[in-house]
Write a protein that binds this ligand. Structure first.
Ligand code: FES
Ligand code: FES
Length: 190
């Protein structure tokens, strides 16, 4: 659950992993940013070098979004920006001004259940990113006319599952989607 707009805009103490807490309001700094987070409006000052991942995970406490590599390779930090999966470790927080940002905390139990049922998660480090990419794929099954599920999920690295459970979980989620287009896409999937 994201914090209320008031609390986020009110200059609550920041804490960045490994660093001392900083009260940005008291310091009088930061770039004001307004965006929608998991369906709720949010306004907060951000540091010029602050990543979206830092803001979400370390300052707003949305710890579902994980940090793996920190350099755009692993996908553990995947969130949606305006409906598209993005590596939040590569996005400056100020860049989401006016955007619609969704994190794994916005996913419902029903949406995540297929992935849990197929062994798509073990240690869980990759799981939030996998979920965000998988749910995007479920909403865009037409993409599977050009690429396999495995190819579409290639940006989310997993050291535990061997990927079969992830692919099966996406297949299960697609099969539950109420769309005939989905079924056609699965049938065409090589
Ligand atoms: Fe962002 Fe690895 S932490 S891609
Ligand atoms: Fe451990 Fe994917 S479940 S990294």
């Amino acid at each position: 659950m994201p914090p209320s707009p008031d609390s986020a805009a009110g200059g609550t103490p920041d804490s960045v992993a490994g660093g001392a807490p900083v009260d940005r309001a008291a310091a009088g700094g930061g770039i004001p940013v307004r965006f929608t987070l998991n369906g709720r409006p949010l306004a907060t000052p951000v540091d010029p070098a602050e990543r979206l991942l830092d803001l979400l995970r370390y300052r707003l406490g949305l710890t579902g979004t994980k940090e793996g590599c920190g350099e755009g390779e692993c996908g553990a930090c995947t969130v949606w920006i305006d409906g598209v999966p993005c590596n939040s470790c590569l996005v400056f927080a100020w860049a989401v001004e006016g955007a619609d940002v969704r994190t794994v905390e916005s996913a419902s139990h029903e949406e995540v259940a297929p992935l849990l049922a197929t062994g798509a998660t073990q240690c869980g480090a990759c799981t939030p990113g996998v979920v965000m990419t998988a749910l995007w794929l479920v909403r865009h099954p037409e993409l599977l006319r050009e690429r396999t599920i495995r190819e579409m999920m290639a940006g989310n690295l997993c050291r535990c599952t061997g990927y079969d459970g992830i692919v099966q979980g996406v297949e299960a989620a697609l099969s539950r989607a109420p769309s005939s287009k989905t079924a056609a896409a699965i049938a065409d999937n090589p």
